[in-house]
Design a protein around this ligand. Structure first.
Ligand code: ADP
Ligand code: ASP
Ligand code: MG
Length: 442
């Protein structure tokens, strides 16, 4: 069997749903488990709805509810106008959503648990519609509520999945559905606690759901269908000439994703790596393109430098260490602050200064050491290559380019497959273009 995950753009409107349904129908003999995101833009609207309802902003929440309802009804009316069951299923879900929103307005609060409950409707609505479209097209298709098997902890908004339970429950409850059906449609992103409370796996979490389902069901392949033809040498929105990388190692994609390449959720990679299941990134709007095959091994014949990505949500905190102060004390204090303020550390160096790069958030207060520090916004640029650390010639070319942009630090050797530069946001786009020129000239 295969897992086919379709992102928000692939189910955004009626036309995208048509394209997606055709792709699924063409692969029906492979026993697909279809994992869907919410229609593009709907999760954002649902989260806004939850917040506005919690603030008792009745006008805003009513108009958001109407937009969400109209969006889904329009797709259903276009795709399956006379299907009473489809309209009934949709009405039940929309009525539930309205009740939840009203509940939040009455309580005047919006907790992480409520955010998850409301956000889950995006995936539940898109999968309900897709199941009916597939059936209307003559497929033996069924809907499956992912929450039945995707058991998580109660860390709402960013819940962790119990992979052992997922494997057992999927084999017991999901697999048997294939005796009467050719395709099962389920939700990405959502799960539930053992007590049945709805949770979500974090924004963009449908990729992770797909990988977890693939692992649980021993799928032969996990297909990530999106709006670009595979992983490219750079974000095509920034470098329109970026080219598709035919084969890549998991390690490279993980580095790129960690440093801003939105094409895959970074955690997607691990469950697939562990079971050696290939992940293929494909384009719903150009389905004949072979896309990118991502495997655990380094593919033969890969270019030395494969791709470049950048993230812009980081802050650098730099403490110059006075002669009478121990750098380790300062580092410990900074780390305590990261733990307390829940700030992910992206980079850390210790020497004459102690420097950490963290995801943006509140400033630290160094009560103990009282050393002076500076805080500044930075961008992180990641250059990936299958064997970059051990390829001195390519490293030299990459570094020669990066030093022109006066990086605050260059991290070489922390990963076998990447070089990371900490740069001023003012120069990062030029640096990205410079590195991409190197990729093009290989
Ligand atoms: P989906 O809704 O299908 O999950 P996403 O928007 O999460 O899609 O991811 C696809 C987007 O990722 C593309 O539209 C593209 O702009 C962006 N992207 C960023 N870096 C890359 C890259 N290196 N290769 C391909 N796409 C990239
Ligand atoms: N719908 C969710 C989001 O927008 C999950 C996903 O699309 O992967 O974050
Ligand atoms: Mg995505």
């Amino acid at each position: 069997m295969i897992v086919m995950k379709f992102g928000g753009t692939s189910v955004k409107e009626a036309a995208a749903m048509t394209a997606t349904a055709e792709i699924i129908s063409a692969r029906i003999h492979q026993q697909p488990l279809v994992v869907l995101s919410a229609c593009g833009g709907i999760t954002d609207k649902l989260l806004r709805l939850a917040r506005e309802a919690g603030l008792r902003h009745i006008q805003e929440s009513t108009s958001l509810l109407s937009e969400i309802e109209e969006h889904h009804k329009k797709i259903l009316t276009t795709k399956t106008p006379d299907n009473q069951q489809a309209h009934h299923d949709m009405d039940v879900l929309l009525a539930q959503l309205r009740e939840f929103a009203e509940g939040l307005s009455l309580l005047g609060e919006c907790t992480p648990r409520s955010l998850d409950a409301i956000a889950s409707f995006g995936e539940r609505l898109s999968t309900t519609i897709m199941t009916h479209i597939l059936k209307a097209n003559g497929n033996r298709a069924t809907f499956f509520d992912a929450r039945t098997v995707m058991r998580t902890d109660d860390n709402f908004v960013n819940a962790a999945v119990d992979r052992v339970q997922l494997r057992r429950l999927s084999k017991d409850l999901l697999l048997p559905l294939y005796s009467n059906n050719d395709v099962v449609v389920t939700q990405g992103f959502i799960g539930s606690t053992d007590a049945g409370i709805t949770t979500t796996l974090g924004r963009g979490g449908s990729d992770l759901s797909a990988a977890l389902f693939g692992e649980a069901l021993d799928a032969s392949e996990i297909q990530i269908w999106t709006d670009v033809s595979g992983v490219k040498s750079a974000d095509p929105r920034i470098i329109p000439t970026a080219r598709t990388i035919a084969r890549m190692s998991f390690a490279e994609v993980r580095e790129l994703a960690n440093y801003g390449a939105k094409v895959l959720h970074p955690d997607t990679i691990m469950p697939a790596v562990e079971r050696n299941i290939p992940v293929v990134v494909l384009n719903t709007f150009e389905p004949e393109h072979a896309g990118t095959v991502i495997t655990a091994d380094i593919p033969d014949g890969s270019a030395a430098v494969s791709a470049v990505s950048a993230r812009h949500d980081a802050t650098m905190i730099r403490c110059d260490i006075p002669p009478d102060t121990n750098a380790t004390t300062v580092l410990n204090e900074l780390m305590d602050y990261c733990v307390l303020a829940k700030r992910e550390v992206l980079h850390c160096t210790i020497g004459e200064s102690v420097c950490i790069v963290v995801i943006q958030g509140p400033e630290p207060v160094l009560y103990e050491s009282r050393v002076p520090y500076t805080v500044g916004q930075v961008s992180l640029l990641c250059v990936a290559g299958p064997n970059l650390r051990h390829d001195a010639v390519s490293l030299k070319t990459v570094c020669a380019e990066l030093v022109q942009y006066s990086p605050a630090a260059l991290a070489i050797g922390t990963s076998d497959v990447s070089v990371v530069a900490i740069l001023s946001p003012a120069v990062v786009q030029d640096a990205l273009k410079g590195i991409h020129n190197i990729i093009e000239q290989q």
